[in-house]
Design a protein around this ligand. Structure first.
Ligand code: FAD
Length: 448
């Protein structure tokens, strides 16, 4: 049994690990990645002698996938949780508390956004439950359009955009309600009389579990553990260029004939590889658009006067270039123990790649200047590193959930082929891991 896994990000690595668990030592597993390293958007580097993540740096701790994987792999001692600090929102040239009691920034009532939006908007939020809501069951719409209509534009730009920008590098205009906020869509489908009522119904119940988790020495620890446990033959620097069927299985160029294949690649690559074998699915995947982003990780002298918050998110329309700062040494107790302060600046929103093309030095300067404006501190990086993620985040546009269901049915009868990746069931690392587990299960189910 020879199985190829194309794409060595978290989705592909989890697929390989689950296949090994199910098939035992005899299966011949081959993992190929066009980059010279595994991990995809998970990348841990060394900054002043300590590990720092330049892609994802956390995961949703209320989902089980990553803590479970860490326990299975014997690295649960690496599991860390952030300090109980909240980010700020930078809007109208000053810092505000991040609204509480919101669903991705959509308020459950006017008190959530008091101070962040003007009086007129507050009155509109307060009156919203009394305005009739027209929602067609099963329909979808951009989050921005829904929230602007019910609560006004300020709520979108100051409360919702900063949160969606963090997850998708998108804005409320590029992300659909059904995929990004499934519990809200469900509450609307059930007939909620207003957006306020739907948000209140969809808010997660209070929980003692921390919202986020992280890995003490960075995601590399998880990548290494997965690779070792998957016991997989790895070929980096190898791009899959074509996928075709054979009489008994599949042909993956340039690695040759295999019994089964998992495409754990970004949507555009998956689209290209499916063109010959599943043209309808290929067309759907090709229609998924992506956002690019860049991360500047900086170490600062430990005494730099940063606010005692986990980060600062930037509202849309502010005259700054960064969209968010993670004050990593404030957010994570294990990083606070280091001799330097660690900060990550994020740049890039869907549809605007202009900042991505700036030279590294300009991006670092932009991060320094923006952080100076927001904190008033003297920002003098000791070290800085820039990482660009071109087309790193798929946009879950309105209708995305429906498209993915169609894509799945267009590949349903292709035995020995499975898909995994961040465009399927969520962009977060836990969702990608779940997609890998599901892809492995599909391959195993259909084995002769
Ligand atoms: C800046 C940033 C910060 C983020 N922060 C978080 C966070 O804090 N928490 C969180 O949960 N999520 C976060 N995410 C999202 C999350 O990191 C990604 O969605 C996830 O890592 C994607 O994993 P993947 O394996 O599906 O795709 P990828 O990591 O993109 O892996 C796909 C792999 O396929 C390879 N490949 C492409 N084409 C070919 C080919 N033809 N042949 C062979 N290989 C190929 C690529 O080289 C790549 O390694 C963040 C994303 C970004 C961009």
């Amino acid at each position: 049994m020879r199985i190829a896994i194309v794409g060595g990000g978290i989705s592909g690595l989890v697929t390989a690990y689950r296949l090994r668990q199910a098939l035992g030592a005899s299966a011949d597993l081959l993992l190929i990645d066009e980059r010279d390293r595994l991990g995809g958007i998970l990348r841990t580097t060394d900054l002043d002698g300590d590990p720092v993540d330049l892609g994802a740096e956390a995961f949703v701790g209320r989902r089980p996938e990553i803590p479970e994987l860490m326990r299975e792999l014997g690295i649960a001692d690496q599991l860390v949780y952030p300090a109980a600090k909240r980010p700020l929102v930078w809007s109208g040239g000053k810092a505000h508390r991040l609204p509480e009691q919101t669903l991705m920034g959509i308020p459950a009532g006017p008190e959530s956004v008091a101070g962040l939006v003007d009086e007129e908007t507050l009155a509109r939020v307060a009156e919203e439950p009394s305005r009739p809501l027209a929602w067609e069951r099963g329909s979808d719409i951009a989050v921005g359009a829904l929230v602007a209509d019910r609560f006004g534009e300020q709520v979108v730009r100051r409360s919702v955009d900063p949160l969606l920008g963090g997850v998708y590098a998108g804005t409320a205009d590029s992300i659909g309600v059904r995929a990004a906020l499934p519990t809200l869509a469900a509450a609307l489908d059930r007939g909620a009389g207003s957006l306020t009522e739907a948000v209140r119904a969809a808010l997660p119940p209070p929980s003692g579990t921390p919202v986020f988790g992280g890995i003490r020495d960075g995601y590399q620890v998880l990548l290494d553990a997965l690779r070792a446990a998957a016991d997989v033959k790895v070929e980096t620097g190898t791009a899959a260029t074509r996928l075709a069927r054979t009489a008994t299985g599949w042909l993956v160029d340039p690695v040759g004939a295999v019994d089964a294949v998992v495409l754990a690649t970004p949507a555009p690559v998956t689209a290209a590889l499916l063109r010959e074998v599943a043209p309808a699915a290929s067309e759907i995947a090709a229609g998924i658009r992506l956002a690019s982003s860049a991360v500047v990780a900086m170490t600062l002298p430990k005494q730099t006067e940063l606010p005692d918050n986990s980060g600062i998110l930037v509202a849309t329309g502010e005259p700054l270039r960064a969209k968010a700062f993670t004050l990593s040494s404030r957010k994570w107790p294990h990083l606070a123990a280091r001799d330097v302060a660690l900060v990550r600046a994020s740049f890039g929103r869907f549809g605007d790649d202009s900042l991505l093309d700036l030279p590294d030095a300009d991006l670092v300067r932009a991060a320094m200047e923006d952080l100076t404006v927001m904190t008033g501190a003297d920002i003098r990086p000791l070290t800085a590193v820039v990482q660009r993620w071109r087309d790193g985040l798929p946009q879950y546009a309105p209708g995305h959930t429906h498209l993915i269901a169609e894509l799945r049915s267009a590949t349903a009868d292709l035995d020995g082929l499975a898909l995994a990746g961040s465009y399927l069931g969520g962009v977060g690392v836990p969702a990608c891991a779940a997609s890998g587990t599901a892809a492995a299960a599909r391959i195993i189910e259909r084995l002769p």
